[in-house]
Design a binder for this molecule. Structure first.
Ligand code: GLY
Length: 567
C-alpha cells in the first residue's frame, strides 16, 4: 500500500457471524498500516514521518534512527531525549546482528550510599527529582556511534528536518497537554518560574522550541563532540552543578557508547535477538520464554486462567533472578549462560502447579534480582534494504529528573533511581535490587529496556519494544506470543490487553476493564493476588511484522499517540 499519508488501515469493519440462528457482530481484528518496503513506528506521528523522510531520501535504518530519536526529543519530551540514554538492537539485511548500549553512567563523584541519610534510610526524592538524580547522558553518543558506523547520509542532512520541526513547532496533543499540566508545578519547583515549560500549554497549541533547535544546529555542525566537550557540555555541567548535581565536564568528556553482543536464543522455531546487560531485558525475556517452551500455549488458550498462571509463574521466577544477578557487566560478573541454561530453567518451574499460585515469599533467586520506568519510549524501523533497528530510549521518569536546561532546551534524566540505592528497598517501580546493581562511579544502572528483533526461518520477522519500566519485558513477551502462538497480526497483537507480574510485589497487574470477571475470580480462587484497580497502562508497544508476502504491518499502540509511517 502506498502510504505516507495513510496513518492506519485500522479497519473498523465488522464481520457478521451466525450462531444458533442468532446474528452476532464480532469486530474483525485491527490491521495496522501496511507498507511495501519500509516503515517507522514511534510514539509520535511527526517522528515517524521524519524517520520515513530520511528513508525516502536514501538513508537507511541507522540514519532514520538518528532522525526519529531526535524528533522524539522535540515532540515527546516526556521520554524522547538528549539528556537520557537507551539501547539499540539491529539486524542487517544479511542476517548479521549487534547492539549498542548508550545507557547513562553514574558520575565519577557518585557513591554507593549517596541516596541514604545518616540512619541509612533511602531518600527516594533525591534519586528521582532534581540534579543529583541524573546520570551522564548517552543518547547523542549512541545515535552518532550507530549512524557513523552504518549510516549513509551526513548527520547535518539527517538533523535538518528535526531542526526545522523544533523551529516551526508541532501540535500538542490532548494527552500531552494533560501531562505537561500535571507536571508544571514540579517544573517550576525544580527550575524556577521562568523555565520554558512553566507556560500554560493547551491541546492544539503549536509548540516551538527555538533553543533546542539551536542546540541541534550546533550538534549538526560539530557532531557528537558538541554535546560531550563543546559549548553544550559546558552549559550542561554548569547548570547541573548549580542545581546541586555532580555531573562534571570530565564525566561528559569520558562518556562512550558501547557495542555489545546481543542475547540470541532460540524459542521453538524462532530466534530471539534482544538486549544484553546492563539491560535485563534480553536475559529475562529469554528466561521466561524458555520456561514456557515445554508447554502447549495454544492448547491452554489465549488469556485462559492457565495461560495467565503459566506466564505469571515464569515471570515471578525470572524477575527474582533478574533482581539478584543482573547489573553492569563492566562491573559485575553476570552468569548469563547459567541463567539461560535449559536444565536450570526447567528446575525453576519444577514447583509450579496449575492448582495453586506459588507465593513470591517462597521464591528467591535461583541457586546459581533489580530496578526501573513507565516513561520510556520505543521505536521500530525497517528500511527498504531489509535492515532493522529496534530502539528503546528514556529519561526514566516522566520528564526525567524534571531538571530542564533552559539554555539548551531539554530535560535531564533521573536514571540514578534505576540503581539499587539500598538493597532490599524498592525503587519507583517497586523493583527490589541487590548488590550487583549498587551505585559505583562510572557504572551503568540496570535497565528493563527490551528492544527485540525476532527471526523466523532465518528471516526478519518482528521488530518490537515498548516503554513501561518493569513491565517492558512482559509486554514484549506477550506481544511476541500473540503473534507467534496465537496467529495475531501486528496491530491486533499490540492492542491485545496485557497483564504483568514481577516477583515483588506479589501482585498480578491487569489492565483495568480489559479482562473478564470470571477469569479474575478463577485466578483469585487459585491464590493469585490481583491488582486491577490501580494498574496503569502496561506498555505502549511499537512494532513491525514482516508479512508472508514481504510487506510490512505496523503495530502502533493506541494507548498513546503512537503512529506508523511507511512506503
Ligand atoms: N529507566 C527505565 C529502564 O531503563 O528500564
Amino acid at each position: 500500500m502506498k502510504s505516507s499519508g495513510i496513518v492506519s488501515l485500522a479497519l473498523s469493519l465488522s464481520v457478521l457471524i451466525f450462531s444458533c440462528g442468532k446474528k452476532e457482530e464480532v469486530p474483525s481484528p485491527k490491521i495496522g498500516l501496511i507498507a511495501e518496503k519500509a516503515m517507522v513506528v514511534s510514539a509520535r506521528e511527526e517522528a515517524s514521518q521524519i524517520g520515513l523522510k530520511i528513508l525516502q531520501k536514501g538513508g537507511n535504518a541507522f540514519d532514520a534512527m538518528m532522525a526519529t530519536e531526535m524528533a522524539l526529543a522535540v515532540t515527546f519530551p516526556f521520554a524522547g531525549n538528549l539528556g537520557g540514554g537507551g539501547f539499540m538492537v539491529y539486524r542487517m539485511a544479511d542476517g548479521s546482528t549487534g547492539s549498542i548500549d548508550y545507557r547513562e553512567k553514574a558520575p565519577m563523584a557518585a557513591s554507593k550510599d549517596m541516596f541514604l541519610d545518616e540512619n541509612g534510610d533511602f531518600l527516594s526524592q533525591l534519586s528521582t527529582k532534581g540534579a543529583l538524580a541524573s546520570g551522564v547522558p548517552g543518547t547523542i553518543a549512541g545515535i552518532f556511534e550507530a549512524q557513523s558506523k552504518f549510516g549513509k547520509l551526513k548527520p547535518s542532512e539527517i538533523l535538518q528536518p528535526v531542526i526545522d520541526l523544533a523551529k516551526n513547532g508541532f501540535v500538542v496533543t490532548a494527552a500531552q497537554a494533560d501531562r505537561l499540566k500535571r507536571n508544571r508545578e514540579t517544573f517550576i519547583d525544580v527550575n524556577g518560574p521562568h523555565t520554558f515549560f512553566a507556560r500554560e500549554i493547551r491541546a492544539g497549541d503549536t509548540l516551538k522550541i527555538p533553543v533546542l533547535a539551536a542546540t541541534l544546529e550546533r550538534i549538526a555542525k560539530n557532531g557528537r563532540d558538541e554535546f560531550y566537550t563543546g559549548e553544550t557540555a559546558k552549559i550542561l555541567a554548569r547548570y547541573i552543578q548549580e542545581k546541586g548535581g555532580i555531573i562534571t565536564e570530565a564525566d561528559l568528556a569520558s562518556y562512550q557508547a558501547v557495542w555489545r553482543d546481543p542475547i540470541i536464543y532460540p524459542y521453538r522455531d524462532l530466534k530471539i535477538i534482544s538486549m544484553a546487560p546492563p539491560s535485563s531485558g534480553g536475559v529475562t525475556l529469554v528466561q521466561i520464554l524458555k520456561m514456557l517452551e515445554p508447554y502447549d500455549l495454544q492448547a491452554l488458550g489465549h488469556h485462559s486462567p492457565e495461560y495467565i498462571q503459566l506466564l505469571v509463574e515464569a515471570e515471578r521466577r525470572a524477575y527474582a533472578d533478574r533482581n539478584y544477578y543482573l547489573g553492569d557487566p563492566d562491573f559485575v560478573k553476570i552468569p548469563v549462560n547459567e541463567l539461560l541454561d535449559t536444565e536450570y530453567l526447567k528446575s525453576r518451574m519444577s514447583n509450579f502447579s496449575f492448582e495453586k499460585a506459588t507465593r513470591s515469599s517462597e521464591i528467591s533467586q535461583g541457586n546459581i534480582s533489580f530496578a526501573e520506568s513507565m516513561e520510556t519510549t520505543h521505536y521500530s524501523i525497517v528500511d527498504a534494504e531489509g535492515n532493522a533497528v529496534s530502539v528503546t530510549t528514556t529519561l526514566n521518569g516522566a520528564y526525567g529528573s524534571k531538571v530542564y536546561i533552559d539554555e539548551l532546551g531539554f530535560f535531564m534524566n533521573n536514571e540514578m533511581d534505576d540503581f539499587s540505592a539500598k538493597p532490599g528497598v524498592p525503587n519507583m517501580f517497586g523493583l527490589i535490587g541487590a548488590a550487583a546493581n549498587s551505585i559505583a562511579p562510572g557504572k551503568r544502572m540496570l535497565s528493563s529496556m527490551t528492544p527485540t528483533i525476532v527471526e523466523k526461518d532465518g528471516k526478519l520477522w518482528i521488530v518490537v519494544g515498548t516503554p513501561g519500566g518493569s513491565t517492558i519485558i512482559t509486554s514484549v513477551l506477550q506481544t511476541i506470543l500473540n503473534v507467534a502462538e496465537f496467529g495475531m497480526g501486528m496491530q491486533q497483537a499490540v492492542e491485545s490487553p496485557r497483564f504483568h507480574h514481577q516477583w515483588l510485589p506479589d501482585l498480578v497487574n491487569f489492565e483495568p476493564n480489559s479482562f473478564d470477571s470470571t477469569l479474575i475470580s478463577t485466578l483469585k480462587a487459585r491464590g493469585y493476588l490481583i491488582n486491577e484497580a490501580n494498574s496503569p497502562i502496561i506498555g505502549k508497544v511499537d512494532a513491525i511484522l514482516v508479512l508472508p508476502d514481504g510487506r510490512l504491518e505496523g503495530g502502533a499502540d493506541p494507548r498513546g499517540d503512537d503512529k506508523a509511517a511507511g512506503f
